[in-house]
Design a protein around this ligand. Structure first.
Ligand code: BES
Ligand code: MN
Ligand code: ZN
Length: 494
C-alpha cells in the first residue's frame, strides 16, 4: 500500500472508493452531503429518513455509482455529534471503515479530510485505519487474503493544510506500525518466541533502526547477580536473556528515560501452576516487553530528541524438577532476599532485578510496563490500566498522553499496609501477600527495588487482550500502551 497526499475537492478526486467523515446530522443540510444527495437521486435523504444512517459514531453507508464523481462508491462514516468530536472519533470511524468490504476490494482509496485542519485528526484517521486492518496470517498454511488496496490517498481541500496533513499521516503510519508490531509479538506462541527469539528480534530491530543492543545470556545475568530473574528461569530448558537497548537521540548530558518491560514468554505459573483454562493466553505475558521495545523503535523512527534505554528481563516460567519451589528464597540484584510464596508471582521478581539495574543509567525517569496481576480484571477490567508512581509530574505526563491517545489509565495508591504485606517472616520480602488488593501489593513489592529516581508502573494485564473486537482493536492482542508511551515521549519536554 502506497500513500499519496493531494489538494483537491471531493468531486474531482479519482479513486475507486471515496471515504467521507461526517458529523452526526439532524437533516441533510451539510453542503457536501446535499451535493451527494443530488448526484445520487436523493439517496442520502432516503438513508436518513429510513433511520439507516445519520452520522452516529461508527455508522457507515455506501452510495454506489454517484453521478458526477470520479469514483465507484462514496462511503460515509459517522463521527458522532460534533460537540463530542475528538481524535478518537476519527480513529474509531477509520477503524470501522478499514474492514469495509467494498473499500477492501478497491485498488485506490481516498480519505477526504475536508474542513479538518487538526493534525491530531489526520494522525488518528490513519492510525485507526491501519490498526483496524491488523490481521495475523503467518500461522495459517495458506494465507488467502491479498492486499487489494494499492494506493491510499489523503485529500484536503486547502493547499496550506497539505503539508501538515502529510506530516501527521506519516507520523500516524509509524505509530500504528509500532502498535501492530506489539500485537505481532504479543500473539506469537511461546514456541515461536522464546527469550532467545525475543533477544534476536530486538537485535534485528536495533540494527534496522540504528540503536544499540546488548544481550546478556545466563552467565552474564549471573555475573550481574540477578538472582530473582535466575530463580524464575531455573525451571525452564530455555535460557533467560536480559536485553539492554539504547537509543541516543540527544546530547550525552541529557539524562536517560528508562523503559522496563516484563518479558515472560510463557507463564505456566511454575510449581504454583495455573489452571489449564485460558492458560494459552499466557503466551502474551511478554507484552510489556513488546510495548517498550516497539516504543523505542517508534521513538527512533520519529527521531525523538531524547536518550532512551529499554530493559527487558526475559524468561519462561516453567515447572520442572529444577524449578524454584514455594518457600525457596533468592537474593535479588539489590541484595534484598525474597521468599517465593507463589511461583506464579514471577513478573515482580524479574522486574525487581531490572528496576535495580536501571540505576546504572542515573535515569531522569523509569517506567515499567507489565502484565503483572490478574487482579486488574476486578478493578478496571478490560477498560483501562492501573498506574502507580512516586512523582506527580511523571504521572501527569502519563495521564495527559493517556487522554490524547485514548489508552486509558487510572492512578492507584501504594499505601503502607501494602508494603507491609510484602514483608516476609523469614526473608526480607515475600513475592506474594494475600489476594486482596493484588495489583497494589505487586506495585508495593516493585517499589522496594527502585532507586533514587522518578518511577511509574503500568499494569497492562487484561488491557493487552481484546475479547469482542472494537472499531480499531480487532479481537486478540491489542498492543495497548505503546501509543500512550510514544505520545508521552513526543511531548516529554512540555
Ligand atoms: N502473568 C500473570 C498475571 C496475569 C494474569 C496477566 C491473567 C494477564 C492475565 C502473573 O504472573 C501472575 O500470575 N500473577 C499472579 C500473582 C499472584 C500469584 C500473587 C496473579 O495475578 O494471580
Ligand atoms: Mn505468573
Ligand atoms: Zn506472569
Amino acid at each position: 500500500m502506497e500513500y499519496q497526499f493531494e489538494t483537491n475537492s471531493v468531486e474531482n478526486v479519482t479513486a475507486k472508493s471515496l471515504v467521507l467523515f461526517v458529523d452526526q446530522f439532524e437533516k441533510v443540510s451539510n453542503h457536501r452531503l446535499r451535493d451527494i444527495d443530488k448526484a445520487s437521486n436523493g439517496s442520502v435523504t432516503a438513508l436518513f429518513d429510513s433511520g439507516e444512517f445519520s452520522g452516529k459514531i461508527n455508522e457507515t453507508a455506501t452510495i454506489l455509482k454517484p453521478i458526477g464523481y470520479n469514483c465507484d462508491r462514496i462511503i460515509l462514516v459517522g463521527l458522532g455529534e460534533r460537540k463530542n468530536r475528538t481524535a478518537d472519533s476519527f480513529r474509531k470511524a477509520a477503524g470501522t471503515v478499514s474492514r469495509d468490504i467494498g473499500l477492501n476490494a478497491s485498488s485506490r482509496v481516498a480519505f477526504c479530510m475536508e474542513k479538518t485542519a487538526d493534525k491530531t485528526f489526520f494522525q488518528a484517521a490513519i492510525e485507526g485505519f491501519l490498526l483496524g486492518r491488523f490481521k495475523i496470517n503467518k500461522y495459517k498454511s495458506k494465507s488467502k487474503e491479498k492486499e487489494k488496496i494499492k494506493k491510499l490517498l489523503f485529500v484536503t481541500d486547502k493547499a496550506r493544510i497539505k503539508k501538515n496533513m502529510t506530516a501527521a499521516v506519516e507520523r500516524g503510519i509509524i505509530i500504528a506500525e509500532g502498535q501492530n508490531g506489539v500485537r505481532d509479538l504479543s500473539s506469537a506462541p511461546s514456541n515461536f518466541l522464546t527469550p532467545r527469539d525475543l533477544a534476536n528480534k530486538a537485535a534485528a530491530l536495533a540494527k534496522e533502526y540504528k540503536f544499540s543492543c546488548k544481550i546478556m545470556d545466563e552467565k552474564e545475568i549471573a555475573r550481574e547477580k540477578m538472582g530473582a530473574l535466575l530463580s524464575v528461569a531455573k525451571g525452564s530448558d530455555e535460557p533467560p536473556r536480559f536485553i539492554v537497548l539504547h537509543y541516543k537521540g540527544a546530547a550525552a548530558k541529557v539524562k536517560h528515560i528508562v523503559l522496563v518491560g516484563k518479558g515472560v514468554t510463557f507463564d505456566t505459573g511454575g510449581i504454583s501452576i495455573k489452571a489449564s483454562l485460558n492458560m494459552h493466553e499466557m503466551k502474551g505475558d511478554m507484552t510489556g516487553s513488546a510495548v517498550v521495545l516497539m516504543s523505542l523503535v517508534t521513538a527512533a523512527r520519529l527521531k525523538l530528541p531524547l536518550n532512551i534505554v529499554v530493559l527487558i528481563p526475559s524468561t519462561e516460567n516453567m515447572p520442572s524438577a529444577k524449578a524454584t519451589k514455594p518457600g525457596d528464597i533468592c537474593t535479588s540484584r539489590k541484595g534484598l532476599t525474597i521468599e517465593n510464596i507463589n511461583t506464579d508471582a514471577e513478573g515482580r521478581l524479574i522486574l525487581a532485578d531490572a528496576l535495580d539495574y536501571a540505576n546504572k543509567f542515573k535515569p531522569q525517569a523509569v517506567i515499567d510496563v507489565a502484565t503483572l496481576t490478574g487482579a486488574t480484571l476486578f478493578s478496571l477490567g478490560y477498560e483501562g490500566a492501573p498506574i502507580f508512581g512516586n512523582n506527580p509530574n511523571l504521572m501527569n505526563k502519563i495521564k495527559k498522553a493517556s487522554a490524547r491517545t485514548s489508552e486509558r489509565v487510572w492512578e492507584f495508591p501504594i499505601w503502607q499496609e501494602y508494603r507491609d504485606a510484602m514483608k516476609s517472616s523469614i526473608a526480607d520480602l515475600r513475592n506474594s501477600g494475600s489476594r486482596d488488593a493484588g495489583t497494589c501489593k505487586a506495585a508495593a513489592f516493585l517499589e522496594y527495588f527502585i532507586g533514587d529516581y522518578n518511577w511509574a508502573h503500568i499494569d497492562i494485564a487484561y488491557v493487552d487482550i481484546e475479547i469482542n473486537g472494537r472499531p480499531y482493536i480487532p479481537k486478540g492482542a491489542t498492543g495497548i500502551g505503546m501509543r500512550m508511551l510514544v505520545d508521552m515521549l513526543i511531548n516529554w519536554k512540555k
